[in-house]
Write a protein that binds this ligand. Structure first.
Ligand SMILES: NC(=O)C1=CN([C@@H]2O[C@H](COP(=O)(O)OP(=O)(O)OC[C@H]3O[C@@H](n4cnc5c(N)ncnc54)[C@H](O)[C@@H]3O)[C@@H](O)[C@H]2O)[C@H](O)CC1
Ligand SMILES: [K+]
Length: 468
């Protein structure tokens, strides 16, 4: 599991480990930072590095790392941007042969290869001071940008972007991830995030991201005594005469093999739709019968509200997607997963799409609380929020997954995991992970269809299980 802690939690953990002492923590942080820079540049000797140094410990990390780089033969400039500077770090930096200068071209000839953003870290307010903006403009556009702890200007705790900030290629963070590293839009400004362990003892994290091993541990694997009913039956109420394809895709996600059986019924009971779904998925059963979870909504049109009412009457967990989301107005009476994109969630909360996109974490949490359901806010970094609880961020996938019908596949897959016995929160977050992994497998850098994503799900499952 990848954990993201709040600034307050990190500060408290630092206070609670006095034996480590700020000096030791900073040495560990700076060593990890220097190593990440060396890895990125393929060495240190002769590389030109500029440090943007603010007044706090973030600048101190940059200076100590700069000293390591200078001792290894890098040509390191430090531009001091704050009214104060970490004096001990500056002394070490100078002693190692680092140069202190002012914004401008590299003091030793050619442009810089890399800039270290040590302007502000977790002690920073959002935004950049004019001198920081001027310094960033003076750095060569080709230089790689490595942010120390968080790209300066971002709010570490929310994932929001409210002011000018650094765009990093790589962010090197310490002790634990912060919320901004995982949650968009801030996460997109962090580039690749590299975590350096510094030995902090941290409490449970409010935001986390499943890794392959976590998904492997969650997945239902049939034992020797399994039969289709013990593995769970998922009911799909998707697709209609207007949108028969949504029924096929939702069933394709549900029939990936993680539940024992799929029961299918078009949202509007259209016989032609049922026939087309059966033709594409002969393993599917139509007709009445018990299910352990319902998936309702994809391609349901105006009939979706009625179908949702019927599914809720069955008193089993539901996954509510697309057209059925508009019918959700109050806390749900059964365990539920809602799978809106930003526009659908905006309509549910009565706010604008921009408000959802700007503060995705708050919007997902608010909806989870209001509807007493797990909310999957779909996007580049899909969020899965449980009511008054944790949030998981999905980190798998490819931009090619932004394709029509991909959401129908996700809803069906989520339903199959709920039917197989996972909690709505685990089912939704594992489904998002597998859906993204399957998309990457199917795509391999090329365009994909939603059908291809569904077809790649068994292979994504196999790879996860092989690795456990
Ligand atoms: N426990 C840890 O995780 C460790 C963290 N390390 C590093 O220390 C920084 C946090 O250092 P701190 O001195 O508390 O704060 P900053 O350097 O982030 O900011 C200092 C200072 O900057 C001023 N300021 C605030 N906002 C702005 C702004 N927008 N522009 C300019 N200046 C601003 C204000 O005066 C602040 O007080 C953490 O991120 C790590 O990099 C340790 O090295 C290891 C242990
Ligand atoms: K920084």
């Amino acid at each position: 599991m990848r954990h993201a802690h709040t600034v307050a939690q990190v500060r408290a953990a630092e206070q609670a480990s006095p034996d480590l002492g700020p000096g030791l923590l900073m040495q560990r942080a700076a060593r990890g930072l220097a190593q990440a820079v060396i890895d990125l540049l393929g060495g240190a000797y002769g590389r030109r590095v500029v440090l943007l140094v603010g007044s706090g410990d973030n600048g101190g990390d940059a200076l100590y790392a700069g000293a390591v780089l200078a001792r290894r033969g890098a040509l390191v400039d430090a531009w001091l941007l704050g009214a104060r500077v970490h004096e001990a770090a500056l002394t070490t930096f100078r002693g190692a042969g680092g140069r202190v200068g002012t914004p401008g071209p590299a003091t030793r000839g050619a442009a810089h290869d890399l800039v270290v953003d040590g302007i502000v870290g977790i002690g920073g307010r959002p935004g950049l001071a004019p001198e920081a903006i001027a310094a960033l403009e003076a750095v060569s556009r080709d230089a790689l940008v490595v942010a120390v702890d968080v790209p300066s200007g971002l709010d570490a705790d929310t994932g929001r972007i409210t002011a000018p900030h650094v765009e990093a290629d790589v962010t090197v963070t310490f002790g634990s991830h912060k919320v901004a590293h995982l949650v968009d839009p801030a996460a997109a400004a962090c580039g690749v995030v590299h975590l350096v362990g510094i030995g902090l003892d941290l409490p449970p994290a409010p935001v986390e991201a499943l890794q392959a091993a976590d998904v492997a541990a969650l997945l239902p694997v049939p034992d020797r005594h399994a039969h289709k009913y013990t593995r769970g039956v998922v009911g799909v109420r998707a697709g209609s005469s207007a949108y028969p394809g949504a029924g096929q895709l939702c069933v394709a996600g549900a029939a990936s093999g993680l539940a024992g059986m799929v029961r299918y019924r078009p949202v509007d009971d259209d016989r032609e739709t049922a026939r087309s779904v059966l033709a594409a998925h002969p393993e599917v059963v139509t007709g009445e019968g018990r299910v352990q979870a319902w998936v309702v909504g994809s391609g349901g049109g105006a009939e979706a509200a009625r179908a949702l009412g019927e599914a809720l009457n069955a008193r089993v967990p539901v996954v509510i997607d697309a057209d059925a989301l508009a019918a959700v107005e109050r806390p749900l009476p059964v365990p539920a997963v809602l799978t809106p994109h930003a526009g659908e969630l905006a309509a549910m909360l009565g706010i604008s799409r921009e408000e959802v996109e700007d503060d995705q974490l708050a919007a997902a949490r608010r909806a989870a609380d209001r509807f007493d359901a797990v909310v999957v806010l779909k996007g580049r970094r899909t969020l899965v929020a449980e009511p008054v609880g944790r949030v998981r961020v999905n980190t798998t996938g490819t931009p090619w997954l932004a394709t029509a019908g991909a959401g129908d596949v996700l809803a069906g897959l989520t339903g199959s995991l709920v039917a197989a016995g996972l909690s709505p929160f685990d089912a939704a977050s594992a489904a998002c992970w597998l859906h993204g992994a399957a998309a990457s497998l199917a795509s391999a850098g090329a365009p994909i269809t939603a059908r291809a994503v569904a077809a790649a799900l068994p292979e994504a499952v196999r790879r996860v299980l092989d690795a456990r």
